[in-house]
Write a protein that binds this ligand. Structure first.
Ligand SMILES: *Cc1c(COP(=O)(O)O)cnc(C)c1O
Length: 372
């Protein structure tokens, strides 16, 4: 076998070092390293503008942002309650619910986008349900209208784990404007990264102030603590990374979309390999390229996964296992009926996708998939 280079599922975009360094020099001059510094304030404004949302609160990571979003929507009302969420997600989603003393109730997903199925959500509501936490899986929007209608009808909070959904628009509008709050992750593996980082998108000045109090120990001014907050602040050097990267995002999305297009063209006629086509009115962020290996394919998903690895191609099985099969959730999970989520989890491989992935590499990957 020829010695070909390894291709990994993702590779972070790094802005030109001198542009990052220019911000770092500013930090050295200001001698202001964290606590709502100049770059932090700049990045919040720039992100709100770029994303088309009213208010952004930056965080140290997406998980603390999830924890804080749940706290922000009335923690007392949440104590002991149930929150309906998806098993087809990263484990931070249910973990954040448990840390907020609420019980995750896993509901099955729909077949097309692997997002929460609204009909099954409504059927799972009990008198203990306090909120719904859907995930825009792979950046494809949930059925937001249906979920909002259910939340309104039953008086539930609607908090989106939008960790995959940076920059996604539907009918020209940011999908981060749906629901009560949306939570973003800027982890190194996400489309927009600040090494580690995250944010909450909110829709009123009062809610933003509440969130900003919560992430800064509950301090308001020097001598007052108004609530029991946490330390969720983003530092200046992380904000610098965000500012240096933000000006490249249009270019990054263009490159990602053209790679997805290439995958779709090359895999279109391959029997047993399905992929997700973005909805017509959706401007996709091309965050992931999942393929689903069904019974018409000559070998199993895991055999293909291993064969890709042998050829130096490292896909990832997002999301396998389902979070409802992990130890902390298994006992509850085994009682649940989650056929679609289980099937999708058994079929999925996310193929390598990052802005600098050469199109020749996409051809090499598709050749392995075709010539099984
Ligand atoms: C990445 C991710 C998170 C966690 O974000 P961190 O910034 O890594 O804490 C939460 N939910 C989903 C769906 C994610 O993909």
């Amino acid at each position: 076998m020829s010695k070909e280079k390894n291709i990994f599922v993702t590779q972070p975009f790094l802005p030109p070092l001198e542009e990052f360094n220019a911000y770092v020099e500013q930090i050295w001059e200001n001698k202001w390293l964290t606590n709502n510094g100049e770059l932090h304030q700049q990045l919040e404004k720039a992100l709100a503008h770029y994303l088309g949302v009213p208010f952004v609160s930056l965080f140290a990571n997406g998980t603390i942002a999830l924890l804080t979003a749940l706290q922000a929507l009335d923690p007392d009302g949440h104590r002991g309650g149930e929150v309906i969420t998806t098993p087809f997600t990263f484990v931070a989603t249910p973990n954040a619910l448990v840390w907020n003393k609420t019980k995750p109730v896993f509901v099955d997903v729909e077949d097309q986008y692997c997002n929460l199925d609204p009909a099954k959500v409504e059927a799972a509501i009990t008198d203990k349900t306090v909120a719904i936490m859907p995930v825009h899986v792979y950046g494809n929007p949930c059925d937001n209208e249906a979920l909002q209608a259910i939340a309104d009808k039953h008086g539930l909070k609607l908090i989106y784990d939008a960790a995959h959904a940076f920059g996604v628009r539907k009918s020209g509008e940011s999908i981060l404007n749906y629901g009560d709050l949306s939570v973003l992750s800027f982890h190194a593996t996400k489309v927009f990264n600040t090494f580690e980082g995250g944010a909450i998108v909110s829709h009123s000045e009062d809610m933003k102030r509440h969130i900003d109090d919560l992430k800064n120990f509950g301090f308001r001014g020097e001598e007052r603590v108004v609530l029991p907050g946490i330390n969720g602040k983003m530092s200046e050097v992380h904000a610098a990374m965000g500012l240096a990267q933000l000006r490249y995002m249009d270019e990054i999305f263009e490159k990602r979309r053209s790679i997805c297009h290439k995958y779709m063209v090359l895999l279109d006629s391959v029997k047993g390999v399905e992929y997700i086509v973005p909805q017509d009115d959706v401007e996709s962020n091309a965050a992931y390229f999942p393929v689903f290996i069904n019974a018409d394919y000559p070998v199993s998903r895991n055999k293909l996964y291993d064969k890709l690895k042998k050829n130096g191609i490292y896909g990832r099985r997002y999301f396998y296992p389902l979070v409802s099969d992990f130890e902390p959730y298994k006992e509850e999970g085994e009682k649940l009926d989650l056929p679609v989520a289980h099937r999708k989890s058994e079929q999925v491989i996310c193929l390598p996708l990052y802005p600098d992935l050469p199109l020749e590499d996409v051809e090499r990957i598709c050749k392995v998939i075709k010539n099984i």
